[in-house]
Design a protein around this ligand. Structure first.
Ligand code: NAD
Length: 267
């Protein structure tokens, strides 16, 4: 059965990629497209917007206008928009695939309370490689344990508005959980000045921003005499878009609750 998918943020960097990925996917169909109500692209054809053949789907400025047209919403927009879309999907029996990052802790709590009301997939990164790397990081943390200093370095394009990236935080969480540490207590976000010697229990994050970098992440496990680095480099947003479309097709018919990309990939 083909999943009827709506894309919100359709004119965004990820929105256009998602439309292209839906065109290429089996078992998925673009049936609705949404943008900010004040966007100049309202009324455009969603396929043409993405530089593809006409989709016969018009971009609308209000999700309520397409409520009968889709099963699953894919949302890569901004935190407040995503929360309001999640509420809408819960109220109307839809599933949601959330790609947006940069939620505050209050916003995360709100999403968590909504997650019992609809089938939801939330992932800081939808690429297969990153989700596999989370598993590798857990393995490394388990074996290297408390004998190493752990640091995560990430780089993204100049337009990215949140830091560190959701993916870097997900990597930190996977490592911290494996080691029985609470990331909110042990994370160190950047260093400057007289920092003192490094505390072994901390997990450090460093952020680089510039150019058109799609997304690079390296987790370092540093011991005396050797260092293990696990690196993922995305060279096209298509890696995220393909994963999100696969997730949307997987979500159709699932029970209410929150799932991860690792569930989708059976990792
Ligand atoms: P972008 O700024 O290019 O696109 C966001 C789009 O959302 C814009 O077109 C904007 O007009 C639209 N938008 C904002 N508010 C809206 C609303 N209320 N209704 C409808 N549309 C609305 O940004 P982007 O690079 O595409 O990234 C979007 C989000 O996805 C960011 O949070 C980014 O970090 C995240 N992201 C996640 C992954 C992942 O795999 N999870 C990958 C890439 C980007």
């Amino acid at each position: 059965m083909s999943t009827k998918i709506a894309v919100t943020g359709a004119a965004g960097r990820m929105g256009k990629m998602l439309i292209e990925a839906i065109y290429a996917a089996d078992g998925a169909q673009l049936t609705a497209a949404i943008e900010r109500p004040d966007s100049s692209l309202i009324g455009a054809d969603a396929g043409e917007l993405a530089g593809l053949a006409k989709a016969g789907v018009t971009v609308v400025g209000d999700i309520a206008d397409v409520v009968n047209d889709f099963d699953v919403l894919i949302d890569f927009t901004a935190p407040q928009a995503t929360i309001s879309n999640t509420r809408f999907c819960a109220d109307h029996g839809k599933g949601i695939v959330i790609g947006t990052t940069g939620f505050s802790s209050d916003e995360l709590k709100e999403l968590e309370s909504l997650s019992s009301q609809l089938p939801m997939i939330k992932a800081a990164n939808y690429s297969t490689g990153v989700n596999l790397s989370l598993k590798l990081l857990e393995m490394a943390a388990e074996i290297l344990g408390n004998d190493v200093d752990i640091e995560i370095v990430e780089a993204h394009h100049r337009h990215k508005v949140d830091a560190p990236s959701g993916t870097a935080l997900a990597m930190g969480e996977a490592i911290a959980d494996t080691l029985g540490r609470d990331l909110s207590q042990v994370a160190v976000y950047g260093r400057e000045g007289q920092t003192g010697a490094r505390d072994r229990d901390t997990i450090g994050f460093a952020t680089v921003r510039g150019g058109d970098v799609v997304g690079d992440h390296t987790a370092m496990f540093m011991a005396d005499g050797e260092r293990l680095e696990i690196t993922h480099k995305a060279s096209s947003r298509m890696a995220f878009a393909r994963g999100a479309v696969r997730a949307a097709a997987w979500l159709l018919g699932k029970e209410k609750g929150v799932y991860s990309m690792r569930d989708v990939l059976s990792l």
